[in-house]
Design a protein around this ligand. Structure first.
Ligand code: C2E
Ligand code: MG
Ligand code: MG
Length: 635
């Protein structure tokens, strides 16, 4: 229920309660008044009758000579004063106001006044005079009796009873209303309480149990697993490049994606498992019962479920995620350790280039520490210009001339030795150094190609690798423009290599960035083609003009006819899309011959030349007879 509704309902209930209380107190006043007046009337009329009777008794006693004349006179005076009070006293107004009572009282008063002389002349034992008074007194008594009886059972009494009955009915209604409002409030409170409890224990976006609830769930699961002596698995799931998705496509798309992932995970996990969202794009699954085999199977299912296409208004995404798994009781028995191990395994999977699922193994923590140390060392290396670029020539397979050099990152850390480029890139991305590193590579490579151009190798190009995250961050074109301006390199000498992962993004933003780069005159190559997620529609809609055939195809094409036919198909496809193909990883003369025969334009590989430092390139780079650049043999 929303706030407004709740407030409106509370206001209604309060209003009703207030009016009920008001009505109740008003009725209480009426009841008090009615019962007060009834009492007053009853008392006054009874007293009057008593006085008349006492007066009558005094007359009889005087006749029998039992009392003196003064006693009769006293009773007379008392009766007269009683009547006077009834006629004029404020407290006796209710008695007077009874129908016909005031007139009767007036009449009685006058009658009594008229008797004054007679009463004052009465002597003891004067039976005759006393008897003469008797009919008058008796008539008076009858009138007073009528007033007395009417005050108990006359019309007025019935009216008052009706009023009381009315009040009783109203009071019952008020009570029922109050009870109803109370019940309603209670119901609302219970509902709100339930809602608050749900909110406190669930994630608002996905509806999954949140971190707080998750800790309860894992505690329960472990207790039960211990009691039943069953194994259990914890899976930590983390989406790849979620931050990039959020930054480039907006938080709405990010939120929608998280909701989809949450429901996919829930479905894949089934009833045997609890899925919770710990934070951001981090999910955790408790699987029970689960030994290593079941755990690995579920981890695979989870990853497969996630990596289905997601169609959004802005395009299609194929989300990828890493899963880290730990096992109870074989690896750890406390929730803290299980989570830490699953987290380490996840971390390991995220660092690995080709492994999305990882079961915890001993020694993983050391790797994590190493990466932390590496990140610090990388930062220093960037600051002190200790990184290097190696250059591997890319040859035209028919003319043997060098078309371009691929710039490949090299880092020899004094503390850690040689660090492989993919590891450098992933550390840079994890520790926020990616943009700085990318800028360094771009300007270093551009300076180098400019230098070669100045040396006379004016047709040489430079291939520069761009990591998917840098591409998605959306600042690439601006950075490139700056670097080109600074180094004065012709944009046409640049070939950007973007790994196939990037093409997963069939979004308008990707097309725009690539189109902007192409408009500058820069060439774009799809790197490692054939290894990732390829879609013909991506090839058609994204403005790549080069393909780099992954070295795994080249390696297998000599021995595996299927790999060979795949290479042929890919060459034909590239040809039909007017894309130039570079074959990577040529290590054997046979591969080179085959590729040239199949019409593959460009090639690179250890057979032709290994990546080398700039100084070595300079030593070997010559201009051949045709005016193109080539490498002189090593001496
Ligand atoms: P890549 O772009 O596919 O680069 C080709 C890789 O294959 C290079 O590995 C190269 O040394 C290696 N290679 C070349 N010829 C052969 C061969 O005949 N056989 C074999 N087995 N390998 C060959 P490297 O230098 O270790 O780089 C690995 C990956 O790291 C690159 O793959 C690229 O994706 C990434 N990388 C390298 N430098 C950079 C960089 O400056 N920025 C970014 N973002 N990524 C980079
Ligand atoms: Mg490359
Ligand atoms: Mg490659």
């Amino acid at each position: 229920m929303n706030r407004v509704k709740l407030m409106a309902l509370t206001a209604i209930v309060l209003l009703f309660s207030a009016s009920s209380f008001y009505g109740y107190y008003r009725d209480l006043g009426v009841v008090r008044y009615v019962s007060g007046t009834t009492k007053a009337i009853n008392w006054a009329s009874s007293e009057l009758e008593m006085e008349v009777l006492k007066f009558d008794r005094a007359l009889n006693a005087l006749a029998a000579n039992i009392v003196t004349s003064e006693a009769v006179q006293l009773r007379y005076e008392i009766l007269l004063s009683r009547l006077n009070t009834l006629l004029h006293g404020e407290a006796n107004r209710p008695t007077r106001e009874q129908p016909g009572v005031e007139a009767t009282l007036q009449q009685l008063y006058q009658q009594l006044l008229a008797l004054e002389d007679v009463i004052y002349q009465l002597k003891p034992a004067d039976i005759t005079a006393t008897k003469a008074l008797h009919p008058t007194v008796e008539a008076m008594h009858q009138q007073v009796r009528t007033i007395n009886v009417d005050s108990f059972s006359g019309d007025n009494v019935w009216q008052q009873l009706d009023v009381l009955q009315d009040i009783r009915l109203r009071s019952s209604l008020y009570l029922a209303g109050l009870l109803l409002s109370g019940a309603l409030m209670l119901l609302l409170l219970i509902r709100e309480n339930r809602r608050n409890r749900h909110l406190a224990y669930h994630d608002g976006l996905t509806g999954l149990p949140n971190r707080v609830y998750f800790y309860q769930l894992i505690k329960q699961a472990l207790q039960e697993a211990e009691r039943l002596r069953q194994p259990l698995a914890i899976h930590m799931v983390d989406l790849d490049s979620f931050k990039t998705i959020n930054d480039s496509l907006g938080h709405e798309v990010g939120d929608r994606l998280l909701q989809i992932i949450a429901s996919r995970l829930k479905q894949a996990a089934g009833r045997q498992a609890h899925v919770a969202r710990l934070a951001g794009d981090e999910f955790v699954i408790i699987q029970r019962p689960a030994g290593q085999h079941e755990a690995c199977a579920l981890a695979k299912q989870l990853s497969q479920a996630i990596s289905q296409e997601v169609w959004l208004s802005s395009g299609c995404i194929v989300p990828q995620a890493c899963v880290g798994t730990s096992l109870y009781p074989s690896q750890a028995s406390s929730s803290t350790l299980l989570l830490r191990y699953a987290d380490m395994a996840l971390y390991h999977a995220k660092q690995s280039a080709n492994q999305q699922l990882q079961l915890y193994q001993e020694g993983m923590n050391e790797q994590r520490l190493r990466r932390q140390q590496l990140s610090l060392a990388l930062q220093q290396a960037l600051e002190h210009d200790e990184l290097q670029l190696y250059y591997q020539p890319i040859f035209n397979l028919s003319s043997q001339n060098i078309e371009s050099f691929e710039a490949l990152l090299r880092w020899h850390s004094a503390e850690h030795g040689w660090v492989a480029p993919p590891e450098i890139i992933s550390i840079a991305e994890q520790y926020g150094l990616a943009a700085q590193l990318n800028e360094w590579v771009l300007s270093q490579a551009c300076q180098q190609v400019q230098h070669w151009h100045h040396q006379g190798h004016s047709s040489l190009k430079i291939n520069i690798n761009i990591s998917p995250n840098i591409f998605m961050a959306g600042k690439l074109a601006a950075t490139l423009k700056q670097v080109l301006l600074k180094t004065e390199v012709n944009a046409a000498a640049l070939v950007l290599e973007i790994t196939e992962d990037t093409s997963v993004w069939d979004t308008a933003a990707s097309v725009d960035t690539l189109t902007e780069l192409r408009a500058l005159g820069i060439e774009i190559a799809l790197d490692d083609f054939g290894t990732g997620y390829s879609s013909f529609s991506h090839l058609r809609s994204l403005p790549f003009n080069k393909l780099k055939l992954d070295k795994s195809f080249v390696a297998d094409m000599v021995s595996d006819p299927r790999a060979l036919s795949l290479v042929k198909t890919m060459l034909a496809l590239a040809n039909s899309l007017e894309m130039t193909v570079t074959a990577e990883g040529i290590e054997l003369p046979e591969q080179c011959r085959l590729l040239a025969g199949l019409g593959c334009t460009l090639g690179q590989g250890y057979l032709l030349a290994k990546p080398m430092p700039a100084a070595q390139v300079e030593k070997r780079l010559v201009i051949n007879k045709s005016g193109a650049s080539s490498l002189a043999p090593e001496v």
